[in-house]
Design a protein around this ligand. Structure first.
Ligand code: FES
Length: 78
């Protein structure tokens, strides 16, 4: 299994509608912060999350959060 790539050392703060989302956990997707299938062969994968209502979220872009898909501040120590 490869280590996740750091895409950016800051979260992607965005307002999302209610629904299901697939957060990129490998850092390779060109559709950050969401999965585009680029993890294939890395042993890593996306994480699904569901929002019950529209909400502003801070999604981890460094891919090292201990609470994925959300930013937990881990990017500041990378
Ligand atoms: S962007 Fe990954 S923990 Fe903040």
């Amino acid at each position: 299994m490869s280590d996740p790539q750091i895409f950016e050392k800051r979260p992607n703060v965005m307002k999302l509608d209610a629904g299901d989302y697939w957060w990129c956990g490998c850092g390779r997707a060109e559709t950050q912060p969401f999965c585009d299938g680029s993890h294939k062969g890395t042993g890593l994968g996306p994480q699904k999350f569901t929002l019950e209502e529209a909400k502003t979220v801070a999604l981890c872009n460094c891919k090292h959060s201990k609470n994925p898909p959300f930013c937990d501040g881990s990017h500041s120590s990378l």
